[in-house]
Design a binder for this molecule. Structure first.
Ligand SMILES: [Zn+2]
Length: 92
């Protein structure tokens, strides 16, 4: 059960804790919104939400920059690749 709104999903899937993840057309239910607001007053839950948010930020910053993909399509010997070899391997 979600510790935030009480529905059957994981906290990281909670649209009340992470409204930015909610799909278009998602309509909040008043009583769940109220419930999650109350739940989020809990510092432990706040901590969990913050942790999940930070995790998400990290995974986003790990995505491959467009520029890097572009470089891979060019003859590599003409370039000093600004990205780490690890990143290049991951692109393949
Ligand atoms: Zn929830």
């Amino acid at each position: 059960m979600c510790p935030c709104c009480g529905q059957f999903h994981r906290l990281k899937k909670c649209w009340y804790a992470f409204p930015e993840q909610a799909p278009d057309g998602f309509v909040e239910r008043e009583h769940l919104r109220m419930r999650s607001k109350e739940a989020l007053l809990d510092s432990k839950l706040q901590e969990q939400v913050e942790k999940l948010k930070r995790k998400k930020d990290v995974s986003q910053s790990e995505s491959i920059p467009e520029q890097c993909v572009w470089l891979l399509n060019c003859p590599a010997e003409n370039f000093i690749l600004p990205y780490s070899a690890k990143l290049i391997v991951r692109v393949k």
